[in-house]
Ligand binder design. Structure first.
Ligand code: BEZ
Length: 219
């Protein structure tokens, strides 16, 4: 059965966290948000990941993004583990809340259950899931990584930049795009509209089909 995915609305879940009891919508407000899960506290890859996310906190804040972590361990465990995370990634401070989900209710509602991994008592655990949520609370992008593969925070920031550009202008970002590279003009924009919308101009790729759908501009 498909679970929460792009285009759907993040549920307004309420949970205990390292910041006390949290209601997601109250915490996120009108901001963008990243809600991410990890398989468990005191595990190696997760320790590196949560430190790296904390180390990028300024990048996320600059882009108006609130961070929310989640694993199934309890709040006391999260608080103890944060000491390891901060020691392993010097200079990082875990200032974002980490939700606790001992009953595995949140991970089901957020479509974060790992189909392969179980904890030592046979209970479900989360995969490395990450939902990037827009100010309208809709899921704009989801990653679903297995326990074996840590996420790349540069990629998270890159896709966030792409999404925020696409939300502001009628553009999309091509393969391997990075900030500063040209973007492509959305197919829904006619050439006449493109001239008005992008006064800086645009270049159309000369393709064998002679169809002028691949148009690059700089914004
Ligand atoms: C880890 O964080 O290293 C990890 C967690 C669960 C399974 C495998 C690896």
């Amino acid at each position: 059965m498909p679970g929460l995915t792009i285009g759907e609305t993040l549920p307004n879940l309420e949970a205990d966290s390292t910041h006390g009891r949290i209601k997601l919508y109250d915490y996120i407000g009108d901001s963008w948000a990243i809600v991410f899960s990890h398989p468990g506290d005191f595990t190696p890859v997760c320790t590196t990941e949560l430190g790296k996310i904390a180390a990028y906190a300024n990048e996320f804040a600059k882009r108006g993004v609130k961070l929310v972590g989640l694993s199934c361990d309890d709040v006391q465990s999260h608080k103890e583990w944060i000491k390891d995370i901060e020691a392993y990634t010097p200079g990082c401070k875990v200032t974002y809340p980490i939700l606790a989900d001992p009953n595995r209710e949140l991970i089901k509602q957020l479509n974060m259950v790992d189909p392969d991994e179980k904890d030592p008592s046979g209970k479900e655990v989360p995969s490395r899931a990450l939902h990037l949520v827009g100010p309208d609370k809709k899921i704009k992008l989801s990653f679903l990584y297995p326990a074996s593969t840590g996420r790349n925070m540069d990629e998270v920031v890159r896709v966030l930049d792409s999404l925020q550009k696409a939300a502001k202008y009628k553009v999309a970002t091509p393969a391997n795009w990075k900030p500063g590279d040209p973007v492509v003009i959305s197919p829904s924009v006619s050439n006449e509209q493109a001239k008005q919308m992008f006064p800086q101009g645009y270049k159309t790729a000369d393709l064998p089909s002679k169809k002028d759908y691949l148009r690059f501009t700089n914004i």
